[in-house]
Design a protein. Structure first.
Length: 366
């Protein structure tokens, strides 16, 4: 029996990969669903029963443990029930929920109005600087909501400063590393297919696993809405390449050749009817890179593509379109870096630096 088609899957189903299996739960109730195809009548019946239970006020009340009025846990629940919460991206909600759960477990019984800046500072002191900043976002969201609802008069989180984190994030892959990876993993291997899709599209792994033929519009442009920021990204696929990328036609052709090993599904990286998980994709690229003697991540490929666009003469607007950035300022970081680099390079060196020549035209032996 065929698997459900992307876009018409049953709503509210949470899928977790466990080894070679995908275990499914009803998201709202936590009920585990049968290990059957999602189009199977018994699966649909179990899902419908869970859906009916999630809409029943008495059943919903039984699933949610009571919290004291005015407590931090109550403020967190109120925030998650608000309209603003539902407008956030799924990725951001997931990140905030993890923080909310930790805060509720540690301090949930405390009265929201009794929380002071020193209490928030004490909580952040237990975390690394990066994690402390994420936790501070959660505190600010909860406290801003509490003030808006009249639960508190002064927001204590405003007085707490963000930690200064000196990091440039995931390092980009160099041209030599890209060539080494391609040399180690020829066309015809899954490792090459995963690499080429992420590198060409500059997609984050959470979006790359969902990309497929359905994302290509009638003009031949691959368009998808990013899970992290909710903004669309536009990547040339079957369309003519922009002027700055005119020399990348061979690369794009080989991207498509590489994806033939996993073709035939509803996503580019689907294999044997199974959709690759976000974690699985990241691990595949990282482990394959290590095998090739490279210590880089999948996210570094995103930086490499956007850097290549800038060094090839692409504008900040072009980078913004391809990478799906929220603001022009984010994209301008790449063009500024490219301009500074060109100031100390000769014309011949610049011409070589923007080329994404694919030296490896081998295919995996069958």
């Amino acid at each position: 029996m065929r698997q459900p088609v992307w876009g018409v899957q049953l709503k509210g189903v949470r899928r977790q990969r466990r080894g070679d299996r995908v275990v499914k739960y009803h998201r709202a109730t936590g009920i585990r669903l049968p290990d059957l195809p999602e189009t199977h009548p018994d699966f649909v019946a179990a899902w419908a029963a869970a859906e009916a239970g999630s809409a029943d006020p008495l059943a919903k009340a039984a699933r949610v443990a009571p919290v004291a009025i005015g407590s931090l846990s109550a403020s967190i629940r109120a925030e998650q029930a608000g309209r603003d919460w539902k407008s956030l991206s799924a990725v951001y909600r997931s990140a905030m929920k993890r923080e909310f759960d930790a805060m509720s477990e540690a301090y949930g019984k405390a009265q929201t109005k009794a929380i002071r800046p020193k209490h928030i500072e004490a909580d952040l002191a237990k975390l690394s600087d990066g994690k402390a900043n994420t936790r501070l976002k959660a505190w600010r969201r909860v406290m801003a909501g509490a003030k808006r609802r009249g639960e508190i008069e002064v927001d204590p989180s405003i007085q707490v400063k963000r930690r200064i984190v000196k990091s440039e994030g995931f390092p980009a892959w160099s041209a030599a590393e890209i060539a080494s990876y391609r040399e180690r993993w020829p066309i015809g291997t899954t490792a090459r297919a995963a690499f080429e899709l992420v590198f060409w599209t500059a997609a984050r792994t959470i979006d790359a696993v969902t990309l497929g033929p359905r994302n290509i519009d009638h003009d031949g442009v691959l368009i998808y809405r990013q899970s992290k920021v909710g903004k669309p990204a536009h990547v040339p696929w079957n369309s003519a390449l922009p002027a700055f990328a005119s020399g990348w036609a061979v690369e794009l052709s080989q991207v498509k050749d590489a994806l033939q090993v996993t073709s035939g599904g509803f996503t580019f990286l689907e294999a044997n009817g199974k959709v690759r998980s976000v974690k699985g994709l990241g691990n595949l690229i990282a482990e394959s890179a290590r095998t090739a003697g490279i210590s880089k991540s999948a996210h570094g490929l995103r930086k490499s593509r956007l850097t290549a666009i800038a060094e090839a003469g692409g504008t900040a607007h072009a980078i913004m379109a391809w990478g799906g950035h929220q603001t022009l300022q984010e994209a301008e970081r790449y063009t500024r870096a490219a301009q500074l680099k060109k100031l100390v390079m000769g014309d011949e060196h610049i011409e070589n630096s923007v080329s994404l020549e694919i030296r490896d035209t081998k295919t995996a032996k069958t």
